[in-house]
Design a protein around this ligand. Structure first.
Ligand code: SAM
Length: 382
């Protein structure tokens, strides 16, 4: 990969000689050249800025030197990526670093003062593909720090750059999550212990712990990346109220789509009900709702029919299935059965193999068909 960086303060980019980027340059994986924009200025004063049209504070970088610099550096075949650091750009992300690491040539144009004349940005797009990138929602004095940061994030993703490529796989932002906490020796330091699971050598348990920690940390610190409802614990299971109707309607529609796919010829009521229907059955059944971080993520309803405790509408948000929430809701519904109930009863689609397997594991057995494509399952109480 080749990187050209243009700045009016080339000394600012001296750190590129250090650390890993320096090593990669020595090994030939990376070629970096830093250029002084003033090389492309004319006149004795080598002027790079002028007053803004329309007035206002500060100076604006003139178009002529920038055009000359880009014409000299950008490859004529259009394959160069021109990176313009600017607080008005798209926020820099790991995904962007990956994308840029696949480019053979990057050209950074580091602005100063109030920025670069807008026509340069338009012209750059005619020479190569332009990315306007922001390091974050704050204003730096110049684009150099951004160019350094972006270069470091990009270069470490270039194949062969990192000694241990595996360390890239587990990093923050790699799987959309922040990294789990890390520890090294000694196992006890100033009275603080390393989490015991990391000392046990059980790789599956370590992997599970790390995933859970990464999720928890992300949900706490960056709820924009992982909704807190993905974290186990802090759940609220309670009787439904009329105000839950809207969310129940949404959740049941989301949950029964796969049922419809598994049982294409069966008419599935939860997919055809409206808000009034949900409000109506909320008044007729004992309904439990499960919330995590305020979000309604599961529900179940039950009522007595003769001596059978009829359980239904067992639903878990599609993105949270497979965590045992459905099993817990079912146990909860069973535990709520009144004394006169002698059996639990539920109905599912004959084609719902996953449901049938789960209910079987929970002790339910087939008790005949109730209608075309639907089977009844029962389990004795106690
Ligand atoms: N007047 C500009 C504005 O409000 O958008 C800010 C100009 S800033 C003082 C000068 C230069 O610093 C910009 O042209 C850009 O190259 C760089 N810069 C400042 N903040 C940045 C950020 N958050 N991300 C990337 N580059 C930034």
């Amino acid at each position: 990969m080749r990187i050209d960086i243009v700045s009016i303060f080339p000394d600012y980019l001296a750190p590129l000689e250090l650390s890993l980027a320096g090593k990669a340059r020595q090994s030939g994986l990376l070629e970096i050249a830093v250029h002084d924009l003033r090389e492309w200025t004319g006149g004795r004063h080598r002027t790079v800025d002028d007053t803004p049209y329309g007035g206002g504070a500060g100076m604006v970088m003139k178009p002529e030197p920038w055009a000359a610099a880009l014409e000299a550096l950008v490859r004529p075949d259009g394959s160069s990526r021109i990176v313009l650091p600017t607080p008005s750009g798209a926020p820099f992300t790991q995904a962007m670093a990956h994308e840029l690491s696949g480019a053979g040539h990057l050209v950074f144009a580091c602005g100063r003062y109030e920025g670069i004349d807008q026509r340069v940005i338009e012209y750059a797009a005619e020479l190569g593909s332009v990315r306007e990138i922001s390091l974050g929602d704050y204003v730096l004095n110049g684009g150099e720090v951004a160019a350094l940061a972006i270069t470091e994030a990009v270069v470490r993703l270039v194949p062969g750059f990192m000694g241990n490529a595996e360390s890239l796989v587990e990093e923050s932002h790699q799987a959309g999550l922040l990294e789990y906490p890390v520890y090294t020796k000694p196992a006890t330091w100033r009275g603080r212990e390393v989490p015991p699971v990391l000392l046990g050598g059980n790789h599956a348990a370590i992997a599970a712990w790390r995933t859970e920690q990464a999720l928890r940390r992300t949900a706490e610190r960056r709820p924009d990346l992982a909704h807190p409802s993905r974290v186990e614990g802090a759940e609220e299971l309670r009787l439904a109220t009329p105000s839950d109707a809207g969310e129940l309607l949404t959740l049941q529609r989301a949950c029964w789509v796969t049922e419809q796919q598994a049982n294409p010829d069966v008419s599935i009521p939860p997919l055809h009900e409206d808000l009034e229907d949900v409000r109506a059955w909320l008044g007729e059944w004992t309904v439990f709702v499960l919330r995590r971080a305020g979000r309604l993520v599961g529900a179940v309803r039950a009522r007595l029919d003769g001596e059978a405790w009829e359980i239904g509408r067992l639903m878990v948000a599609p993105d949270l299935q497979g965590q045992g929430l459905g099993r817990r809701l079912l146990e909860y519904a069973e535990a709520a059965a009144p004394g006169e109930a002698t059996s639990y009863r539920l109905v599912t689609g004959a084609g719902s193999t996953d449901n049938l397997r789960r209910y079987r594991r929970a002790g339910y057995r087939r008790d005949g068909a109730v209608a075309d494509g639907l089977v009844r399952l029962t389990k004795p109480v106690g």
